[in-house]
Ligand binder design. Sequence first.
Ligand SMILES: *Cc1c(COP(=O)(O)O)cnc(C)c1O
Length: 305
Amino acid sequence: MTSTDDGEAPRLGTLRPRLPSPVQELVDRRFERRGVRLLLKRDDLIHPELIGNKWRKLAPNLAAADGRAVVTFGGAYSNHLRATAAAGRLLGIPTVGVVRGEELADRPLNPSLARCTADGMRLHFVDRTAYRRKSDPRALAAILRAADAEEAYVVPEGGSNAAAVRGCQALGTELRDRADVVAVACGTGGTLAGLAAGLAPGQRALGIPVLKGGFLTAEVSTLQQQAFGGSRGTWDLDDRFHFGGYARVPEELDAFATDFEHRHGLPVERLYVAKLLYGLVTLAAEDAFPPGTTVAAVITGRPFP
Ligand SMILES: *Cc1c(COP(=O)(O)O)cnc(C)c1O
């Protein structure tokens, strides 16, 4: 990543990311008895505050912002908003977070948003209708004006733009020829889009959407088109493990994650990683992976707080 001496561009290199992130083998009899080897790609260890795919997606955007303020978008529990705020503090870049939900402005901040403001992010709350329209350039311009962020570098919701997708390609190249299937939980799909592009021919990426709606195939294709000019790699999605939608963590999922933590001593982030691991355990039980398959699960995050 760029690190300049003139003090203008953000000094990303000084943050010392742990890249390539470690790969660990996990012995779990739910996989072992099906003849499946499970690896963990520990992107959660890349940086203590710019965690996982958030580092991979933000780094190229912070370089492009070149010291300008950064404005981005997210919900009340957005990992992306927290990562952007942390990056701002670490690099001395002003950050503005446009938060979905006008009603939140009058309430005490939840721990996630409180962390954002503690890291120096200025929050601007917008109603859900306006928030939904932000992909329209005029609606976006109005939001930026109201947020006093017209000069800022815009990073889209979830951080997934072409630069971010290209940043996630390294996740794939780091896993070249190490696994047959590489699985990742998906929000916007940017990480999957880049990952698939970085894998070797013969490897396959599997996305587990955490949002309900089945719109992600089109989104991932669009992101690959924008980032690479066409589709790349082999990837597909299994839409069965969203548990009702974003940030829905029913008792069954929570119990699964707690049990996984006890078995393996791995802290399991609930909004994404728990759904990924649940999906993989289910697929193994269904014999969806032929014996001899090596599956790598990308651990994209860590529980908050
Ligand atoms: C943001 C996030 C994701 C989703 O990444 P996308 O590129 O939006 O699909 C996955 N896991 C964790 C832990 C995240 O914070």
